[in-house]
Design a protein around this ligand. Structure first.
Ligand code: SAH
Ligand code: DHB
Ligand code: MG
Length: 227
């Protein structure tokens, strides 16, 4: 068994060969660090994966739940066409301020909105307002609310649209029903919700890397026979 020490080095290799220098996103992480934000952003390879998934899906309207400093936001917004829009939801106004500055530095303010407040409130308001449907939703906020974010995102996403959830493996703790990681029950409840819901079809992929052992869950909205 190779030591997990190599995971970050392999991420570096992937980034060097397939991503290249990205001074804008390097500046994003530097500004996050300077502002004291926790380094819980997606990795470079994961961020580019988000971008390519959104671009491959032809997403014109993207919703993100959990902005932090906007690192994943910027990857996703880069996938948008000229008239595309991204809305990202963040609880902490100080984080949102850092994110807005990073997004401006990336030249993406014109197509990106950072909305401050509890995501559940913003999502319910958008459902009440009957906003146009999203094509792609990235969920990466408080894990306790993942099942609620799933149910609300289903209502906000078009048929055939994609929902992507971060942090659904948590060092393998996801298979432990009595895990003392408080973020695990929320992830498990998400799997339960998908198991029980015929209106989305999903899989999850485990990841290792700079962010250690975790995973993404990808769901496509709509009954399988209709997609
Ligand atoms: N997507 C980011 C990382 C997000 S970290 C990236 O990869 O770059 C999770 C974020 O969710 C934190 O910024 C946290 O403040 C935010 N968050 C936590 N609870 C929330 C809630 N109830 N509503 C909205 N955002 C929340
Ligand atoms: C945490 C949150 C994340 O979104 C992540 O990718 C890693 C860690 C956390 O809250 O600990
Ligand atoms: Mg995450």
């Amino acid at each position: 068994m190779p030591d997990h020490y190599n995971w970050a080095a392999v991420d570096d290799y992937i980034a060097e060969r397939l991503i290249g220098d990205d001074p804008v996103q390097a500046a994003t992480l530097a500004s996050n660090q300077a502002a004291g934000l926790p380094a819980i952003d997606v990795s470079f390879p994961q961020g580019k994966m988000l971008q390519l998934l959104a671009r491959g899906a032809g997403a014109k309207r993207i919703l993100e739940i959990g902005t932090l400093g906007g690192f994943s936001t910027i990857w996703l917004a880069r996938a948008l066409p000229k008239d595309g829009r991204l809305l990202t939801l963040e609880l902490d106004p100080a984080y949102a301020k850092v994110a807005s500055a990073n997004i401006a530095h990336a030249g993406l303010s014109g197509k990106t909105e950072v909305r401050v407040g509890p995501a559940l409130d913003s999502l319910r308001q958008m459902i009440d307002d009957d906003v146009p449907k999203f094509d792609f939703v990235f969920v990466d906020a408080d894990k306790e609310n993942y099942p609620a974010y799933f149910e609300l995102s289903l209502k906000l996403c078009r048929n055939g649209g994609m929902l992507l959830f971060d942090n659904v493996v948590r060092d393998g703790e996801v298979i432990n029903p009595t895990s003392d990681d408080p973020k695990v029950p929320g992830a498990r409840a998400l799997y339960d919700a998908l198991h029980a819901n015929p209106n989305a079809t999903a899989t999850a992929i485990q990841t290792v890397g700079e962010k250690e052992w975790d995973g993404f869950l990808l769901a496509v909205v709509g009954r399988e026979e209709e997609s």
